[in-house]
Design a protein. Structure first.
Length: 167
Protein backbone atom coordinates (compact mmCIF):
# COMPACT_ATOMS: atom_id res chain seq x y z
CA UNK A 1 0.00 0.00 0.00
CA UNK A 2 1.70 3.21 -1.17
CA UNK A 3 1.79 6.06 1.32
CA UNK A 4 0.95 9.62 0.40
CA UNK A 5 -0.44 12.56 2.34
CA UNK A 6 -2.42 11.47 5.60
CA UNK A 7 -4.03 8.21 7.09
CA UNK A 8 -5.63 6.51 10.32
CA UNK A 9 -8.59 4.17 11.70
CA UNK A 10 -10.22 3.69 15.09
CA UNK A 11 -11.90 0.45 14.18
CA UNK A 12 -10.96 -2.46 11.98
CA UNK A 13 -12.39 -1.99 8.51
CA UNK A 14 -11.84 -3.98 5.35
CA UNK A 15 -8.39 -3.06 4.11
CA UNK A 16 -7.42 -1.14 7.26
CA UNK A 17 -3.78 -1.44 8.23
CA UNK A 18 -4.08 -2.52 11.84
CA UNK A 19 -6.90 -3.54 14.16
CA UNK A 20 -7.70 -1.01 16.84
CA UNK A 21 -10.25 -0.96 19.61
CA UNK A 22 -12.75 1.68 20.48
CA UNK A 23 -14.92 1.48 23.57
CA UNK A 24 -17.81 3.87 23.82
CA UNK A 25 -17.75 5.22 27.34
CA UNK A 26 -20.49 7.54 28.60
CA UNK A 27 -19.68 11.01 29.83
CA UNK A 28 -18.85 10.85 33.54
CA UNK A 29 -21.70 11.82 35.87
CA UNK A 30 -21.21 14.19 38.80
CA UNK A 31 -20.25 11.40 41.23
CA UNK A 32 -17.74 9.88 38.80
CA UNK A 33 -16.24 13.32 38.10
CA UNK A 34 -15.79 13.99 41.84
CA UNK A 35 -14.16 10.59 42.35
CA UNK A 36 -11.93 11.18 39.33
CA UNK A 37 -10.87 14.58 40.67
CA UNK A 38 -9.89 13.14 44.06
CA UNK A 39 -8.03 10.17 42.60
CA UNK A 40 -6.21 12.27 39.97
CA UNK A 41 -5.03 14.64 42.69
CA UNK A 42 -3.84 11.79 44.89
CA UNK A 43 -2.13 9.99 42.00
CA UNK A 44 -0.37 13.22 40.95
CA UNK A 45 0.85 13.66 44.53
CA UNK A 46 2.14 10.08 44.71
CA UNK A 47 3.93 10.31 41.36
CA UNK A 48 5.57 13.59 42.40
CA UNK A 49 6.68 12.15 45.77
CA UNK A 50 8.22 9.07 44.15
CA UNK A 51 9.88 10.22 40.90
CA UNK A 52 12.30 7.27 41.00
CA UNK A 53 9.53 4.65 41.06
CA UNK A 54 9.13 2.96 37.69
CA UNK A 55 6.12 0.79 38.63
CA UNK A 56 3.32 0.49 41.13
CA UNK A 57 1.38 -2.36 42.61
CA UNK A 58 -2.36 -1.94 42.79
CA UNK A 59 -5.01 -4.30 44.03
CA UNK A 60 -8.25 -4.97 42.21
CA UNK A 61 -10.77 -7.29 43.84
CA UNK A 62 -8.04 -9.03 45.83
CA UNK A 63 -5.72 -9.49 42.86
CA UNK A 64 -2.36 -7.70 42.80
CA UNK A 65 -1.41 -5.98 39.54
CA UNK A 66 1.85 -4.27 38.65
CA UNK A 67 1.61 -1.23 36.38
CA UNK A 68 4.50 0.65 34.76
CA UNK A 69 4.87 4.36 35.58
CA UNK A 70 3.73 5.30 32.06
CA UNK A 71 0.41 3.54 32.67
CA UNK A 72 -0.02 5.42 35.95
CA UNK A 73 0.65 8.73 34.22
CA UNK A 74 -1.97 7.81 31.61
CA UNK A 75 -4.47 6.89 34.33
CA UNK A 76 -3.77 10.26 36.00
CA UNK A 77 -4.49 12.08 32.70
CA UNK A 78 -7.68 10.05 32.18
CA UNK A 79 -8.87 10.84 35.69
CA UNK A 80 -8.11 14.55 35.23
CA UNK A 81 -10.19 14.65 32.04
CA UNK A 82 -13.03 12.72 33.68
CA UNK A 83 -12.91 15.15 36.62
CA UNK A 84 -13.74 17.93 34.15
CA UNK A 85 -16.69 15.91 32.84
CA UNK A 86 -14.97 15.00 29.57
CA UNK A 87 -15.34 11.68 27.82
CA UNK A 88 -12.00 10.18 26.77
CA UNK A 89 -10.99 8.16 23.72
CA UNK A 90 -7.71 6.30 23.57
CA UNK A 91 -6.15 5.93 20.13
CA UNK A 92 -2.89 4.04 19.57
CA UNK A 93 -0.34 6.22 17.79
CA UNK A 94 0.05 3.61 15.04
CA UNK A 95 -3.69 3.58 14.35
CA UNK A 96 -5.07 4.74 11.04
CA UNK A 97 -8.07 7.06 11.05
CA UNK A 98 -10.79 7.70 8.54
CA UNK A 99 -10.93 11.16 7.01
CA UNK A 100 -14.03 11.88 9.13
CA UNK A 101 -12.15 11.06 12.34
CA UNK A 102 -9.19 13.19 11.23
CA UNK A 103 -11.49 16.11 10.35
CA UNK A 104 -13.04 15.91 13.81
CA UNK A 105 -9.65 15.97 15.53
CA UNK A 106 -8.51 18.97 13.50
CA UNK A 107 -11.95 20.60 13.68
CA UNK A 108 -11.99 21.37 9.97
CA UNK A 109 -14.53 20.80 7.21
CA UNK A 110 -14.35 17.83 4.88
CA UNK A 111 -13.53 19.93 1.78
CA UNK A 112 -10.73 21.71 3.63
CA UNK A 113 -9.28 18.45 4.94
CA UNK A 114 -9.41 16.77 1.52
CA UNK A 115 -7.65 19.81 0.05
CA UNK A 116 -4.90 19.46 2.70
CA UNK A 117 -4.50 15.78 1.93
CA UNK A 118 -4.48 16.19 -1.84
CA UNK A 119 -1.95 19.03 -1.68
CA UNK A 120 0.42 16.61 0.05
CA UNK A 121 0.38 18.35 3.41
CA UNK A 122 -0.57 15.15 5.17
CA UNK A 123 0.58 11.64 4.29
CA UNK A 124 -2.15 9.06 3.74
CA UNK A 125 -2.69 5.56 2.49
CA UNK A 126 -5.64 4.04 0.70
CA UNK A 127 -7.80 1.15 1.79
CA UNK A 128 -9.65 0.50 -1.43
CA UNK A 129 -11.09 3.87 -2.38
CA UNK A 130 -10.94 5.21 1.19
CA UNK A 131 -8.15 7.40 2.53
CA UNK A 132 -6.55 6.53 5.85
CA UNK A 133 -4.37 8.85 7.91
CA UNK A 134 -1.95 7.65 10.57
CA UNK A 135 -2.78 9.14 13.93
CA UNK A 136 0.84 10.03 14.65
CA UNK A 137 1.05 11.89 11.31
CA UNK A 138 -2.10 13.82 12.17
CA UNK A 139 -0.75 14.76 15.59
CA UNK A 140 2.53 15.94 14.04
CA UNK A 141 0.59 18.11 11.58
CA UNK A 142 -1.61 19.46 14.37
CA UNK A 143 1.42 20.29 16.54
CA UNK A 144 2.95 22.16 13.61
CA UNK A 145 -0.30 23.97 12.72
CA UNK A 146 -1.51 24.99 16.19
CA UNK A 147 1.31 27.45 17.05
CA UNK A 148 0.89 29.17 13.66
CA UNK A 149 -2.84 29.48 14.29
CA UNK A 150 -2.23 30.91 17.75
CA UNK A 151 0.25 33.44 16.33
CA UNK A 152 -2.33 34.57 13.76
CA UNK A 153 -4.99 34.87 16.48
CA UNK A 154 -2.59 36.89 18.67
CA UNK A 155 -1.84 39.22 15.74
CA UNK A 156 -5.56 39.75 15.09
CA UNK A 157 -6.18 40.44 18.77
CA UNK A 158 -3.34 42.96 18.89
CA UNK A 159 -4.66 44.66 15.75
CA UNK A 160 -8.18 44.85 17.21
CA UNK A 161 -6.79 46.39 20.39
CA UNK A 162 -4.70 48.90 18.42
CA UNK A 163 -7.85 49.92 16.53
CA UNK A 164 -9.76 50.17 19.84
CA UNK A 165 -12.39 47.69 18.70
CA UNK A 166 -13.35 46.75 22.25
CA UNK A 167 -11.48 43.44 22.44
Amino acid sequence: MARRGFGFPLRQERGAAAPTRSTDMPFPNHEAAALARASATELSRLLAQRPESDRARIQLDGTDLVLPRQALALVRELRAEMAQGNAVTIVPTHAELTTQEAENILNVSRPHFIKLVEQGGNPFSRAGTRRRIRYQDLLAYKAERDPAGQEALDALTEQAQDLDMGY
